[in-house]
Design a binder for this molecule. Sequence first.
Ligand code: ADP
Ligand code: MG
Length: 719
Amino acid sequence: MAGGVTRESPVTVLPGVGKVRAACYERLGVRTLGDLLAHYPRAYENRGDLRLLTEARSDGKSAVVLTVASEPKCVRLRSHKSFLKFRAFDDSASCEIVYFNQDYLKNSFPVGSVFRFWGKVEPKGKNGFSMSAPVAEPWAPGVPLRNLCAVWRMTEGLTRKQLERDISAALALLAGDTEDPLPSGLRKARSLCTLSFAERNIHEPESAQALLIARRRLVYQEFFDFSLGISITRSKGRAHGAPVCSNGDISRLTDRLPYTLTGAQQRVVDEIRRDMASDVPMHRMLVGDVGCGKTVCAAAAILIAVQNGRQAALMAPTEILARQHFQELSALFGAIGISCALLIGATTAKEKREIKRALMAAEPEQRLDVVIGTHALLSEGVEFACPGLVVTDEQHRFGARQRAALSDKNAHAHLLAMSATPIPRSLALVLYGDMELSRIDEMPPGRQRVDTYVVDESYRARLNGFIGKQLAQGGQVYVVCPAVEEQETQPDEVELCDLNPDGSVRENREEKPPLKAAVAYAAGLAQLFPEYAVAFLHGRLKSREKEEIMRRFAGGEVGILVSTTVIEVGVNVPNACLMIVENAERFGLSQLHQLRGRVGRGSRKSYCILVTGGTGPVGERSRERLQVMRTTYDGYAIAEQDLAQRGPGDFLGMAGDGSVRQSGALTFRLANAAEDAGLMTEAAADAKAIAADDPGLEQHPLLRERVNGMFSIESGLLS
Ligand code: ADP
Ligand code: MG
């Protein structure tokens, strides 16, 4: 730790990093040196795949070893521009190399010297080639060059060279910091390399094998830190105690429902009732497929809290969902004298003040019983005179950080989390290892089945006809396309999952089909169906705009909703009867199942059509994979399939396109291969053991630092 520099030091301690670059880093979520090292590469360039000029790739960059044949010439252009030009050759051909505005390189390429050039090789003239601004590394026998070179997610104003240099500098500055946060016994038992080896090799891999070893440690560490954090949050919560809500009679609610609870709902309500009657805070996760009726269970929990003199908060991930809950619940609660308010972004400042005041009212008669909102409730400075229960809907959308913040702010409240993501058992054990799990595994009677089809492009005309038919009958249509603005891995780049266990690069990577240009696609539909409104929902819209579009769709004004983002889980538009998913092969089965759950919510016969884009054997394989969707409607069975096919990434807060879905939420950055599930279980077990043994992490100051940093709660999880 040279000169007191630690992982917590800001990036500005690095030479040459000032305010401007720090602002760039901020956009990448990087503030400290530790953050910088955790800005893992998104892919690697395989510069070890040496080619002759005549065999260079036509679809990306190549590495060629060339001898300089002519002295670099500097050509000046008007307007202060210039370029440097020389020729170089290998056994197959010769090539012109050009650098723009870099006169200072003039003396770097003496005639006869040999370099490995990395760049795009373009044909030029009859038998020649050219390369523009290639990366050049001196090639000398016995001096090995790095074959795998990291490619990072970038941001405007930051060059790759700068990032490369800054990471190198950070690694060097922290090189003295050899103490490993993991006890060495554990490291040995799980055959893990040291953290400093891992961090160096993930960014600057000595070899493909070293890279895989590094990745394994980092994936383990991510799971481990997470598990440790939640284990500790939990034991902290237990120590606080919670209000005993002994009156668990919910007949006031059930008497007013137009249906009776299913057996599964009944069981869940019993579990909640039992939890809330105890002074140990409830910490329960309620999982159940879309439409299984979780909301009424939440209503029961809220009723129990309120009739025991306590208040409750219900938080949803979006304003649309919060509104929906408010409409449904305020009607129910109003009838039995429970007061309920909606607090969202659109709420006026005056109303907000009113609500906050009513929540803190000393007199029970004036006190507001229930507040419903988005998780912004956490940051809005909302406080309760008499907190009893916090319910979060679609909990998987909350990261660990929010979860910890929740427990921190409501240490004396019961917590009920709900999710429609049917997490496979093995993962649930790890992700929600700190929570009791309830499952609703039974649908209310009379649910219709959404007929599902897997088709390819050849079906397009019939598909359009089918859309027209549904619209004509008064139905509404969802079309989901994978994100347009996604950053694709270049053909010359290697992803970690493309490496074989022995470090060699896997050949014949599957060709990815081109993405539907969603904008053009929406415009095309608008032309085809001029008498209906077509709306386009995409990730770049402000949340206000998104909400507005969703509102118009829900109100029936919009006939076709084309969306590049996954439509909010839980959104209820009963009139929608057709879900079309374009490039369906790019989604996980569980995501498709979620999407399918958007239709079939009303009385209309509903359909889900999965359109695949691939051709040839690749297309064939992806259609095969999707066939499960035709016959299986059980979210858990689908989730297990998904885990086997695609690994845990989808369940860990990654979007379908591999991008990270939510900032602020803790996501796993590296975990995405199927084999990680085993590592995850090991890491969780190890973390649990350490937390049980040493809940204050007194013996493990480095782990303590990591956990506090990761969960970054004002007070620190462990003080
Ligand atoms: P989710 O679990 O996806 O949140 P909801 O709570 O929104 O599902 O319930 C979906 C629909 O099912 C609602 O319209 C609700 O009124 C209805 N519902 C819930 N429970 C039952 C039941 N036991 N019998 C019939 N309908 C029910
Ligand atoms: Mg719901």
